[in-house]
Design a binder for this molecule. Structure first.
Ligand code: FAD
Length: 493
């Protein structure tokens, strides 16, 4: 984007918009005395980032209004696994695992492939442990499982034996309400109002019924201190995602909630906010075509990589490092053109949360077999090649070294024999690494590369924290942490 002034950006956006948008722009430009409501800090989005921003802004003394466009609070945060990368946690200490903020930082840089904005990753890595402790001690969430995720150098994710991200959303909502944050659902941010280049308010659509763009009515909200955008990613916006990555059309499903459409991000673009790395969109390599959405497969898959092995059912051969990062694995599966089959023996599933295995067997995502041969027969995998692959994988386990793809083999990985489980895998659009450019203080940069006064952003709506590949459970730390930073800084104005 060329360096145009923010006032002109509004004008251009208005001119290019469809009728409804043009009305909004005129509405946004209305007179100051027409404010329908006033708040100190306005937070857009009720996921982890928005809730944390609201809590911290309230704790800093601001009057806080949080708006959520959907009927249900929580966004993707409600659906997610809910694990938090926490180097040096009590869970790691109990398991005898040595880790540090520096080690997490190095893992983030490695997986981000040169596109990580180092100053942002540093903030995340240095504050991951205190963020976990804040959630545990201040919000009161209990974590009872230590999990490994591909691309991390050690098991460092604090997770739950049972449950998901909802376990963290609910107490955050309760905390926000108990502090006096006003929360309005079915209220969508339509436009941001600037005066002399500073955010002074927002146009909101109350009574919004997703996805009816014209439902409800427009109101104008005055923002005395700061506006925090925490509207999440755009994995469900097929037009926007395929504009940036034409491969990601409607043929690919998404794990996200339907409202993950990036409209808060686009409202910021209309006032001249800069976006970065929008074409880095992550596919989840662990979703199964045998169930909808995120499903239960990811919980199983991530607990058996490094124990079992994955084959291309047409060849019976392994084709990628099963413990590699999400991009490495997704790209490799998509390249084969058909679902992969993950295979693991029954005595290697000790780290799978029991509820997940039970559910997977019930909904048919996990298939159980009396032998490796029966698994090969069921999936129509060439048997000789498959048995050779099994033999090679078991030899790698014995040697504690995978000569083919350097997959991680854990101390407690056993040779795969006897009864087996399988899961078919086909990636889905999962996470958008790109988004608004922010400073370490969560200030949103305008297209003059200076912070737009009064505008902050946090969570998946931002870009640059993760670069090419986001590591599992690092988004949650990012959202919680930058949400807190954004809320505090918005309240301080
Ligand atoms: C199924 C699933 C599993 C995941 N598992 C993990 C995991 O284990 N670890 C990890 O680190 N990450 C995980 N992620 C990613 C992580 O959950 C998300 O990146 C994170 O929850 C995003 O939080 P957020 O607060 O930025 O956005 P969200 O939680 O998505 O919240 C944004 C909210 O803003 C609302 N909104 C958007 N636009 C507007 C508007 N204009 N006006 C009003 N409201 C608006 C949306 O409706 C939404 O409710 C997972 C994601 C999914 C989908």
């Amino acid at each position: 984007m060329t360096n145009i002034s923010r006032r002109r950006a509004i004008g251009m956006a208005g001119a290019g918009l469809a009728a409804a948008g043009a009305v909004q722009t005129a509405f946004a430009a209305g007179k100051a005395e027409t404010w329908d409501l006033t708040c100190g800090v306005l937070v857009v989005g009720s996921g982890y980032a928005g809730l944390c921003a609201a809590i911290e802004a309230r704790n800093a003394g601001a009057e806080v209004l949080l708006v959520e466009k959907m009927a249900i609070l929580g966004g993707n945060s409600l659906l997610c696994g809910g694990g938090i990368a926490a180097p040096g946690s009590d869970l790691q200490k109990a398991a005898g695992i040595k880790d540090s903020a520096d080690q997490l930082y190095r893992d983030m840089l490695k997986s981000g492939g040169g596109l990580v904005h180092e100053e942002l990753a540093r903030v995340v890595a240095d504050n991951a442990l205190p963020t976990y402790e804040w959630v545990r001690d201040y919000i009161g969430v209990k974590f009872d499982r230590l999990a490994f995720h591909g691309g991390h150098s050690v098991a460092r994710s604090a997770a739950y034996m049972k449950g998901n991200g909802a376990q963290l959303v609910k107490p955050l909502v309760e905390k926000a309400k108990s502090l006096g944050v006003t929360i309005r659902s079915r209220t969508r941010l339509e436009d941001i109002i600037l005066e002399n280049g500073r955010v002074v308010g927002a146009v909101l659509r109350e009574g919004f019924k997703f996805p009816d763009e014209k439902s409800g009515r427009l109101i104008r909200c005055r923002v005395k201190k700061g506006l925090v955008l925490a509207g999440g990613g755009f994995s469900q916006n097929v037009a926007l995602r395929s504009l940036h990555d034409p491969r990601l059309g409607a043929q690919l499903e998404s794990t996200n909630q339907p409202g993950a459409t990036g409209d808060a991000l686009m409202a910021a673009q209309r006032i001249g906010a800069v976006d970065i790395q929008m074409d880095w969109i992550q596919l989840g390599p662990w979703t199964s075509p045998d169930e909808p959405g995120f499903g239960v497969a990811p919980k199983i898959v991530e607990a058996v990589v490094g124990y079992g092995f994955m084959v291309d059912p047409e060849t019976g051969l392994r084709f990628v490092n099963e413990t590699g990062n999400r991009k490495v694995r997704s790209d490799a599966i998509v390249k084969t053109g058909h679902p992969a089959v993950l295979c693991v023996s029954q005595d290697n599933v000790g780290h799978v949360p029991p509820f997940a295995l039970e559910k997977g067997l019930q909904n048919g995502v996990v298939k159980a077999f009396d032998s490796a041969e029966a698994l090969a027969d069921f999936h129509k995998i060439p048997k000789d090649a498959f048995m050779k692959t099994l033999g090679e994988w078991n030899a790698a386990i014995e040697a504690k070294k995978d000569p083919k793809f350097s997959a991680k083999i854990f101390d407690d990985t056993k040779k795969n024999a006897g009864k087996f489980y399988s899961v078919r895998l086909w990636p889905r659009v999962h996470y958008t690494m790109g988004g608004l450019a922010i400073t370490p203080k969560a200030e949103v940069l305008g297209n003059d590369l200076k912070p737009i006064p009064g505008l902050f952003a946090a969570g998946e709506i931002c870009g640059g924290v993760h670069g090419m590949v986001r590591l599992g459970t690092v988004s949650i730390v990012d959202c919680l942490l930058f949400g807190r930073i954004a809320g505090r800084n918005a309240a301080a104005l």
